[in-house]
Design a protein around this ligand. Structure first.
Ligand SMILES: C[S@@+](CC[C@H](N)C(=O)[O-])C[C@H]1O[C@@H](n2cnc3c(N)ncnc32)[C@H](O)[C@@H]1O
Ligand SMILES: [Zn+2]
Length: 511
C-alpha cells in the first residue's frame, strides 16, 4: 500500500470494503446501489450454499453406487474438491471501481475467484488499486480489461464457465445477455440489472422496448412487473437457443431499476416448456382488467411422456367483457413464476441471521417479506386504477383483500408498489367486489360520461355474494416491517456515466 498516495483519493466504506475514489471522480460509483449490492451478496451466498450442497449430493450418490475401487477413489477425490471451500467463481462483467467484486471477495465465503472486468483503463486501474488497498490477493480479485461480451464469449465451448455471472451495466443489459447465458456454469446464477426503465415500462416509446427486448411493454397498471417479465422472457429466449433454460430465484423491481437472479441449466426437454412459460398479456384500455395467453401448453400423459401443443385462445373477446373497451397487447413476456419461494425464504433467513453485514438490511427484509407473500400469478391491480375507473371512494385495502379471500381466492400486495392487489381471482370477481363496495359508497353518476367504463361496469349487478368481513389473512405479516421505500436521496436515480458532469441536481436519466 506504500505506493498508493491516499491524499489523491476520497474513501467510501460499504459493507466490508473501503474503496478509493480519485478526487477527480473519473470512475462510476452510485451509493444508492448499496441495496443492489447487499441483495446480490445475500442472493449469491444463498445460491452458493444450495449449489455446493447439490454438487456434494450428486457425487455422494455416485460414490455410493461406485462399482470399482478405482471409481470410488476418483469420486472421493472429487468430493474432496467439493468439500474444499474456495470452489466457485464469479464474473462481474462490468465492474467499474471494483467495489462490488471486492465486497463479493470479502463477504461471500468459499469464493475461489471473482473476475472484475471493465472496458476502461481507469476502471481496471481502480479495481487493482482497491484490491490492494483492501488486502486482497490479485488472484482472488482478478482485474481484467476487456469487452464484457468478448470475455463471456471466450467461455463458449470450454469448461471454464463462471458459476455466477453478474451484469450491472448502464441502462440495458440486453446486449450482454446472449453471452451471459452461455458463460454461466450448469446450475449457476445469473444476476442482471437493467436501469432503462423508461424503455422497459413503455413510458415513452414501446416500439423501442420491442427492439431491445423483443417484447411490448404495458404501461397501464403494472409496468414494473411487466418489465420484469420482459427481461425474464429475453433471458429464456436467449438461453433456449443454446438448449438452456432459466429458473427465476428472485425478480425485483427496485427504485429506478430491475434486478433479477436466475439459475441457468441445460436441458433440451425443459427448453420445450418455454412456450408454456411465455405468453401475450392483454390489458383492457378502459378498466385495466388483464388476461394472459400462453403461447404453448403441455401435459403429462399417463405413461409419463409430455405432450406439447400450441396454446388455445384468445382469453379475451374483441371488446372487454366488463367495460367494452379494446385491449392493449403486451409481450411476449414470461408468465411463469417470478420467484422461487424456498430460495427467497432461505435468503430472508440468512439476512435476519446476519443483519450486521448489510447496511440496508431493514429494506432487504421488507422487500423479501413482501415477495414471499406475493400471490404467484401474473400482474396486479392498483387501488388507484380500480377506484379511478369507477370514480368511487378509495376502497380500504383490507376490505378489498378480505372480500377476495372470503370469495375463496388468494390476495396479496406486489413488491412493485404499495396499494396493489395480486390475486388468482378472475377480473369478474374483482369488479364484483368493487360493485358491492360502490353499493355501500355510491358514486355520483351525473359526473360520469355516457360511454365511460364506470357506467358499463356499474350497470351490472354483482354475480357473487360479496362479504367484506375482515379475513384473518388480509393483514400481511410483512406489514410490521418497512415494505416500500421512499426516494432515498435527493440525487436518487441511475447515475450518469463516469466523467459526465451533472447539469442539475435533479434525477439523471439514462437512455
Ligand atoms: C453501472 S457501471 C458498473 C457498476 C458496478 N457494477 C458497481 O456495482 O459498482 C457500468 C460499467 O460498465 C463498463 N462498461 C460499459 N460497457 C462495457 C463493456 N462492453 N464491457 C465491459 N465494461 C463495460 C463501464 O466502463 C462502467 O464502469
Ligand atoms: Zn375493460
Amino acid at each position: 500500500m506504500a505506493d498508493i498516495d491516499i491524499s489523491l483519493y476520497n474513501t467510501v466504506t460499504e459493507g466490508k470494503a473501503t474503496i478509493l475514489f480519485p478526487k477527480s471522480n473519473e470512475v462510476f460509483y452510485n451509493p444508492v446501489q448499496e441495496f443492489n449490492r447487499d441483495m446480490s451478496i445475500a442472493a449469491i451466498r444463498t445460491w452458493s450454499e444450495i449449489f455446493m450442497q447439490e454438487k456434494r449430493a450428486r457425487i455422494e450418490k455416485k460414490l455410493a453406487n461406485a462399482k470399482t475401487e478405482q471409481d470410488r477413489i476418483k469420486l472421493a477425490e472429487k468430493l474432496d474438491v467439493q468439500i474444499n471451500p474456495h470452489n466457485f467463481t464469479i464474473l462481474e462483467a462490468l465492474a467499474a471501481t471494483g467495489l462490488r467484486s471486492i465486497r463479493y471477495a470479502k463477504e461471500i465465503p468459499n469464493l475461489k475467484q471473482v473476475v472484475a472486468n471493465d472496458l476502461l483503463d481507469d476502471a481496471v486501474e481502480s479495481i487493482r488499486r482497491n484490491t490492494i488497498y483492501n488486502n486482497l490477493s490479485e488472484d482472488l480479485v482478478r482485474a481484467n480489461k476487456g469487452d464484457a461480451m468478448r470475455v463471456m464469449y471466450d467461455t463458449v465451448g470450454t469448461q471454464n464457465k463462471y458459476d455466477v455471472v453478474d451484469l450491472d451495466p448502464y441502462g440495458s443489459a440486453a446486449p450482454f445477455v446472449d453471452g451471459a447465458v452461455q458463460a454461466v456454469s450448469e446450475g449457476g446464477l445469473l444476476c442482471v440489472t437493467c436501469t432503462d426503465l423508461a424503455i422497459l415500462t413503455g413510458s415513452m416509446h414501446p416500439e423501442t422496448c420491442f427492439g431491445k427486448y423483443n417484447g411490448m411493454p404495458l404501461k397501464g397498471t403494472f409496468p414494473h412487473e411487466m418489465a420484469l417479465r420482459l427481461v425474464l422472457q429475453m433471458l429464456q429466449t436467449s438461453a433456449g437457443r443454446y438448449r438452456r433454460y432459466i429458473v427465476p430465484m428472485m425478480s425485483c423491481s427496485i427504485d429506478f431499476y430491475l434486478r433479477v437472479f436466475v439459475r441457468v441449466y441445460t436441458s433440451p426437454n425443459e427448453v420445450k416448456k418455454a412456450a408454456s412459460k411465455i405468453g401475450i398479456i392483454y390489458e383492457c384500455s378502459g378498466c385495466h382488467a388483464f388476461a394472459t395467453q400462453p403461447l404453448g401448453k403441455y401435459d403429462v400423459k399417463d405413461n409419463g411422456s409430455e405432450r406439447h401443443t400450441p396454446g388455445s385462445g384468445p382469453p379475451v373477446n374483441e371488446f372487454c367483457d366488463h367495460c367494452g373497451s379494446v385491449h392493449h397487447v403486451g409481450g411476449p413476456a414470461w408468465i411463469a413464476g417470478l420467484h422461487d419461494k424456498t430460495f427467497v425464504g432461505k435468503m430472508l433467513q440468512h439476512v435476519k441471521d446476519n443483519e450486521q453485514n448489510y447496511g440496508t438490511h431493514v429494506r432487504m427484509k421488507g422487500m423479501m417479506s413482501v415477495i414471499q407473500e406475493e400471490v404467484d400469478e401474473p400482474c396486479y391491480w392498483t387501488l388507484q386504477r380500480l377506484c379511478g375507473t369507477l370514480h368511487c371512494n378509495s376502497i380500504p385495502l383490507l376490505d378489498l383483500y378480505s372480500a377476495i379471500l372470503n370469495a375463496g381466492y388468494k390476495a396479496s400486495a406486489s413488491h412493485c408498489g404499495p396499494q396493489t392487489l395480486k390475486t388468482n381471482a378472475p377480473s369478474s370477481v374483482v369488479w364484483d367486489v368493487l360493485r358491492a363496495f360502490v353499493k355501500k359508497h355510491p358514486v355520483v353518476m351525473a359526473n360520469i360520461a355516457e360511454n365511460s367504463p364506470a357506467r358499463k361496469i356499474l350497470a351490472k349487478e354483482p354475480s357473487i355474494n360479496v362479504d367484506f368481513t375482515r379475513h384473518p389473512d388480509a393483514v400481511a405479516e410483512s406489514r410490521n416491517g418497512v415494505r416500500y421505500q421512499l426516494n432515498p436521496t435527493a440525487n436518487w436515480g441511475p447515475k450518469a456515466r463516469a466523467g459526465k458532469k451533472r447539469k442539475t441536481d435533479e434525477k439523471d436519466t439514462e437512455e
